[in-house]
Design a protein around this ligand. Structure first.
Ligand code: ZN
Ligand code: ZN
Length: 311
């Protein structure tokens, strides 16, 4: 069953990206996972020159001239990086995604909004010690004059400021790893054993396992956070419920081994090698770490929060 290769939306005028099918039929071998399948949207950023009216990673935002550009006024931590040169740090664009560019149904947009904008302060914070993201939902039709982004603080680490990329959104089905309850993993132990035995030998990744192909790496909307060092769900301060995963901003689209599983068909040469780098954004979030952004879809105004992990 080709459950991984699903039809996807794509930005007008740019080639789509297709993740290859998984090496095994996951749900056929572990039927219990069917109820735990979740769709994510891999954004597949690639270096480019997006405009403010296009979806992007690290590109210009459709920001209204009458609205102040977001700034960070928090305390910063000088790990190995520098400190900001101002007490009001202009945030930098991270993701802009128009609803019309995304496969429907994965991320519910609030009523009246058709574009998601995520920015962050690129400096390290006291806790968690990562860039600090903020989330905006906007009606693009209400933006008449665009406010250009202010200059990035010159002291900001380049590896925390994503290079401008166009995106190629693709819907992919995921299965949980860290987020699968232990009692179910125990109950399905025989099924997982069958799955392990069915994984074909892979010349490049000799120890290929379920963990390698359950959750998509890279920058993605919805689905499961691909935890690196352990789960970091955040509860909503308003209602106490566990928040939903909105966005993972990962350092790399895939690593030196997993690109053989996760790199889209369009980014491989005829011999099966890579034609694009695995880190098109140039991000380096604590090694190969990620920033995870969550939101509460129950409380008014969709409060958000974040977590991060590093290598
Ligand atoms: Zn900050
Ligand atoms: Zn809430």
């Amino acid at each position: 069953m080709n459950d991984h290769l699903m039809d996807s939306g794509s930005c007008a005028g740019v080639a789509r990206r297709r993740t290859p099918p998984r090496p095994v039929d996951v749900v056929g071998l572990v039927p219990g996972l069917a109820a735990w399948a979740r769709d994510t949207v891999r954004l597949h950023p690639r270096r480019g020159a997006p405009s403010s009216t296009e979806s992007s990673v690290g590109g210009p935002l459709l920001w209204p001239a009458h609205e102040a550009w977001p700034v960070c006024t928090q305390r910063h931590n000088n790990f190995s990086d520098g400190l900001p040169s101002s007490s009001r740090v202009p945030m930098v664009p991270v993701v802009q995604a128009f609803r019309s560019d995304l496969p429907p149904g994965v991320v519910p947009f609030p009523e009246g909004a058709d574009v998601l904008q995520v920015l962050w302060c690129p400096f390290n914070h006291e806790f968690p010690g990562s860039p600090w993201p903020v989330v905006f939902w906007r009606d693009s039709a209400a933006v008449r004059t665009v406010l250009p982004a202010p200059p990035t603080d010159p002291a900001a680490a380049r590896r925390h400021v994503p290079a401008p990329c166009v995106i190629h959104p693709e819907r992919v089905t995921e299965y949980p790893t860290w987020d699968l309850p232990e009692d179910l993993a125990d109950e399905w132990r025989d099924d997982f054993q069958r799955l392990r035995e069915a994984i074909p030998p892979h010349a490049a990744i000799p120890l290929l396992s379920f963990f390698d192909f359950a959750e998509a790496p890279g920058i993605k909307l919805g689905g499961y956070p691909s935890w690196f060092t352990g789960e970091g769900w955040v509860d909503c301060e308003g209602c106490g419920r566990r928040m939903e995963h909105l966005l993972t901003v990962a350092s790399w689209e895939c690593d030196g081994a997993s690109w053989r599983i996760w790199l889209p068909l369009e980014d491989r040469d005829e011999a099966g090698g890579r034609t694009v780098p695995v880190d098109p954004t140039g991000l380096d979030l604590g090694g190969v770490g990620s920033v995870y952004i969550f939101e509460c879809r129950v409380c008014p105004d969709r409060p958000f929060a974040h977590w991060w992990d590093c290598s």
